[in-house]
Structure formats: C-alpha cells, structure tokens
Design a protein around this ligand. Structure first.
Ligand code: IPM
Ligand code: MN
Length: 346
C-alpha cells in the first residue's frame, strides 16, 4: 500500500480556512490504498510572537521527513514587514532548494477576467526560486545620511540558471504547443542577461522540437494583457517571475484561483505547495476566502508526487465548479470545499 506523509502549515489569517478545505478535497480524492498522514505545524505570526522563532533548524529537520508540504499563508500586520517573508518563506525555499517555482495560469470557462473578450489563457511560468535578487546579497553604506548608497545584488549561477531552464524546456516539450519563452531584460542587465540568454540557447539545442522565443520583461507585461495566448511556458528569474505571475493571476481569474508549487525536482527535499494569495487578515475567520487556489495547489502537489489521475480529477472538479459559480448564490469557504469534495469523490 502507498502512503502520503504531508506537512501541513495553515499559517496566518485565511491560511487556516483554505488549508482545511484543501485537506478535505485531498482526503476525498485519494484512493483507498493510499494512506494519508498529516502533521500540522504552527509557523507564522502566533509562533513568532510567542517564541520569536520563524523557522528553527529543528523545524527544518522535522519538515524534511515529509513527502511534501501544504502551506496556507504566512504574514500578519502585527509582524514587521519582511520578518516572516525572509525568516520563514524564503528561508524554506532556499533550505529545501525549491528552484522551480511553478505558477500555472489558465483562464477557465465562466471565470471573469478584466481583459476584453474571452482570450485563450493557458500557460505556465517557471520562476527561478533560489537566486536572483532574492539571495539577500547587498548592503548599505553611509546609512541614514543624504549620501546613503544601497546595493541589491542579483546572483545568477550557470548551475542555477541551467537547471531551471532545462526544467522549463522539459515542461514545454510535454505540452501540446511545445513553446518556451525566456523573459529577461538582457538589453540592460547585461551580465545576468548574457548568462540567461546563452544558457537558454545552449539548452535549446537539446530540445529541437520546442519553439523558443525571447521577450524583455517590460514587453512581456504588455503581451500578458494584449495577447496572453502567445504564451505556453515562460522561464524567468526570481524577481521578474514574482512580478509577472501576479499580473498573470490578475488576468486569469484572480488570486482566488492562482496556485503554485515551490518544487525541488530531484526530490532531495520536500516540495511545498501554496496558493499565490496571502493571509488576507481583513477577511480572516469569516468564511469568505475562496479555497480554490489551495485546492488547485493540492492538485499540483499530487501531480508532483506522481498521482496524476487524482490531480486531473481535482482540476476537472474545479473547472466544473467554476463554470457553475456565476449561477449560484455566494458560498462560504467550507461550502466551496464541500462542493469540490463531492465532485472529486463522485
Ligand atoms: C510570492 C510572494 C513572496 C515572493 C514574498 C512574500 C516574499 O510575493 O510568493 O510571490 O516575493 O516570492
Ligand atoms: Mn509575489
């Protein structure tokens, strides 16, 4: 018999509510012979206030024992900006080498978009997750004076760029359109741009059936609004990927449905799956949060662990639910979770 040993981190705000629904749907979709074990962890604002800890070495060791991690959201206005982001989320991405930050965008029937007409949107962004300007390399001199100088160094290694580019090529090759777009800013960021472009062109030789394209990140924001259908798979650096995936979410149904995976493809450390949205303290505890993004993140988790059929059942259930949503009265977080559970079980 098979097993799935999951670390569950509800976190702050609506994280608690949406993760409960994600687990509900996961239990409903798993076949009888897969034994689901979950262990909940209390990371987030409450733990930080109580102990001053965000993620200790012992915590990291405990998390390593799991097959995967399901995360709700971490963040609260009572904690200074950056403390939990750096001390928990980014720390975990770096420690567990989550170098593939996978963010799919698919506009499903019945879902509203601010774009004109009903454009075809079905692409994935492969955002590098462990390098770029996120490494915390930089510094300040003459701090607090009118002559303060602050640097923020973007770190790009041939090793890091090549592995994420190769992963993106493989994902593009597995999709019907087989198209990969590199998004960067190589006209200005000459050093990193050179590395990314060179590596991209070299790896392209190994994937002759994948069509390649290059777009500067500023132009990419235009196309994401005027012609999102041109994208199939996008590969880009950590910061560009952060920015364009918020835009991508906004045009393809909003953050209520945007899922993501922080993936370690080798499986050396557990991958972590989370909705792109944050903890939304303004609506927390009211049953107003949409659990769909978390449920879709559970589908990414299942596919990563090889449970493809179950992932498809969740995605189909979400499609069917979204298609009907406009015709239904507003539902609570748990009502949506119940509806999706019923669909995947039936
Ligand atoms: C995201 C978030 C994080 C990021 C923040 C919270 C550090 O915006 O997951 O996209 O910038 O990666
Ligand atoms: Mn972001």
């Amino acid at each position: 018999s098979r097993s799935l040993n999951l670390a569950v981190i509800p976190g702050d705000g609506i994280g608690q509510e949406v993760v409960a629904e994600g687990l509900k749907v996961l239990s409903a979709v798993l076949p009888q012979d897969v034994k689901l074990e979950t262990k909940e962890y209390d990371f987030g604002a409450r733990r930080y206030h109580a102990t001053g800890e965000t993620l200790t070495d012992a915590d990291a060791e405990a998390l390593k024992q799991h097959d995967a991690i399901l995360l709700g959201a971490i963040g609260d206005p009572s904690v200074p900006s950056g403390v939990l982001e750096r001390g928990f989320l980014l720390k975990l991405r770096f420690l567990f080498d989550h170098h593939v930050n996978l963010r799919p965008s698919k506009l499903l029937p019945g879902v509203a978009t601010p774009l004109a007409g009903q454009p075809e949107i079905d692409f994935i962004v492969v955002r590098e997750g462990t390098e770029g300007p996120y490494t915390g390399n930089g510094g300040t001199i003459r701090k607090g004076t009118p002559h303060e100088v602050a640097t923020e160094v973007s770190v790009n290694t041939a090793f890091g760029v090549e592995r994420v580019v190769r992963d993106a090529f493989a994902r593009a090759q597995a999709r019907p359109r087989k198209k990969l777009t590199l998004v960067h800013k190589n006209n200005v960021l000459a050093f990193a741009g050179h590395l990314w472009t060179n590596v991209f062109n070299a790896v392209a030789q190994e994937f002759p059936d994948v069509t390649t394209d290059y777009i500067h990140v500023d132009a990419a924001t235009i196309y994401l609004v005027t012609d999102p259908a041109r994208f199939d798979v996008i590969v880009t650096d950590n910061l560009f990927g952060d920015i364009i995936t918020d835009l991508a979410a906004a045009v393809s149904g909003g953050i209520g449905v945007a899922a993501s995976g922080n993936i370690n493809p080798s499986g050396e450390f557990p991958s972590m799956f989370e909705p792109v949205h944050g903890s939304a303290p303004d609506i927390a505890g009211q049953g107003k949060a949409d659990p769909t993004a978390t449920v879709l993140s559970v589908a990414l988790l299942l596919r990563h662990l090889g449970h493809d059929a179950e992932a498809v059942r969740i995605e189909d259930a979400v499609s069917a639910d979204l298609a009907e949503r406009g015709t239904l009265p507003a539902r609570s977080t748990s009502e949506i979770g119940d509806a999706l559970s019923a669909r995947v079980a039936g």
